[in-house]
Design a protein around this ligand. Structure first.
Ligand code: ADP
Ligand code: MG
Length: 400
């Protein structure tokens, strides 16, 4: 399920009202009866019928024949368009460019505003992954199965946005959060490669201790990333500013520093989480193992320990980011729901083992119909290298 924004410009404001009506209706109905869509949309006459067929044709809603009545359900595509439309109204997105990443639980797309300034749209897709353990029949998953992908993806986006904002405000090197709507967030584009794609580092010891310091500093602010690894660290190469203009033509200025930027926050946990120490150790070990394997670097000092890091925890609770995020509206109840769901569907596995191209994927047969094989691959690279001018303009869209 990739984002395809092509059809959006052909939708008018009535179509969007009907689409929004299908969304509202689906909160209480697995299949939204057609008359209910008409009623919620507040539109009269043949307009609703015309809109419904236009939306169904573009697969934004899908017709479902229920035992009792016929109706429609909102598709991921429809949910995408509702979010895109909102971002467009808020002037965050004017055009949609290339998809640069397809993770198990998200799509990453380069977008631009009207001035051409690029940013990143991250679309959370929590229901896409294989549902191996849903067979275990957890009631809350079974009973909310139709709405759960929408709700859970939205929770993931809300959580990620709340943490990105709090981290950024406390000076952590993370993208700038720009906007959040439904299951999507818009953030600044980081012009850098993931650590995984960096083959050589001039001073691995310097980068290594910077990363360990970051893990410890997160604990100081009450947090553990939970997925701190070479996929979720983008490495910016900082060139020597003094060398500008002095470097011979054809040569790039000397790189004097590597700046790690941390991304991907839906699985962050508080230091008070019952498994905090396990998550902390896992983060530390991920980096240790990666440096050893990739750069043949082993530190002479033992890695940081959770109990030591926790001694530095900020005393003033209002400065703790875990507490700030909870106060900002992403409640403890929401965090628990999301965590249970991610655990259930095996979503919290953004690590080497789960992404290793050679690794056996034993759940392929249980793939959701929407998830094609190519969706499984990580196709992330450096975003700006891949942007071409095939971007789809949303600008012509008539908004209500
Ligand atoms: P997932 O949850 O699917 O792992 P991530 O947030 O880690 O999603 O993003 C996947 C990939 O997309 C990253 O490894 C990175 O290459 C790219 N990416 C994500 N956010 C940005 C950003 N703000 N700027 C540039 N590239 C990004
Ligand atoms: Mg990631």
């Amino acid at each position: 399920m990739k984002l395809d924004a092509k059809a959006i410009r052909y939708l008018n404001s009535e179509d969007f009202r009907v689409l929004a009506a299908a969304e509202i209706g689906s909160k209480n109905h697995e299949v939204v009866p057609t008359p209910l869509i008409a009623q919620i949309s507040g539109l009269r006459g043949s307009g609703v019928t015309r809109s419904i067929s236009a939306l169904a044709k573009t697969n934004l809603i899908a017709k479902v024949k229920n035992a009792k009545y016929d109706g429609y359900r909102l598709t991921y595509g429809g949910y995408d368009y509702l979010a895109l439309n909102a971002h467009q109204k808020h002037k965050c997105i004017y055009s949609v460019g290339n998809q640069i990443g397809v993770g198990k639980e998200s799509d990453i797309v380069v977008v631009a505003d009207k001035t051409g300034k690029q940013s990143i749209l991250k679309i959370h897709r929590l229901g896409r992954i294989s549902f191996r353990s849903i067979k275990n029949n957890r009631d809350y998953l079974r009973h909310r199965s139709s709405g759960s992908w929408m709700y859970m993806s939205r929770l993931a986006a809300m959580k990620e946005y709340a943490f990105m904002k709090a981290l950024r405000q406390s000076g952590f090197p993370v993208p700038e959060p720009i906007s959040q709507n439904r299951h999507t967030i818009v953030m600044s584009l980081i012009d850098a490669f993931p650590l995984r794609q960096i083959s050589e580092v001039p001073q691995p010891d310097v980068l290594y201790s910077e990363l360990m310091d970051m893990i410890v500093r997160l604990v100081r602010f009450g947090l553990i990333h939970g997925d701190f690894n070479e996929f979720n660290l983008l490495i910016k190469e900082i060139e020597d500013p003094d060398a500008k203009g002095k470097t011979p033509e054809g040569e790039s200025p000397e790189i004097i520093r590597l700046e790690p930027i941390l991304i991907d926050f839906p699985q962050m946990v508080s230091v008070d989480h019952p498994n905090a120490e396990m998550y902390f150790d896992r983060d530390v070990n991920c980096i240790k193992r990666f440096f050893q394997r990739k750069f043949k670097f082993v530190s002479d000092v033992p890695g940081p320990f959770f109990k030591d890091a926790k001694k530095q925890l900020i005393k003033n609770a209002s400065e703790r980011l875990d507490i700030q995020v909870e106060a900002s509206g992403f409640s403890r109840k929401m965090a628990k729901e999301l965590e249970a769901y991610m655990k259930e569907v095996g979503a919290n596995e953004d690590n080497e083992e789960s992404r290793n191209e050679d690794s056996e994927d034993d759940d392929e047969e249980e793939e959701e119909e929407s998830g094609s094989e190519e969706d499984e691959e990580q196709t992330s690279g450096k975003p700006t290298d891949e942007v071409d001018d095939s971007s789809q303009k949303l600008g012509e869209l008539r908004v209500s």
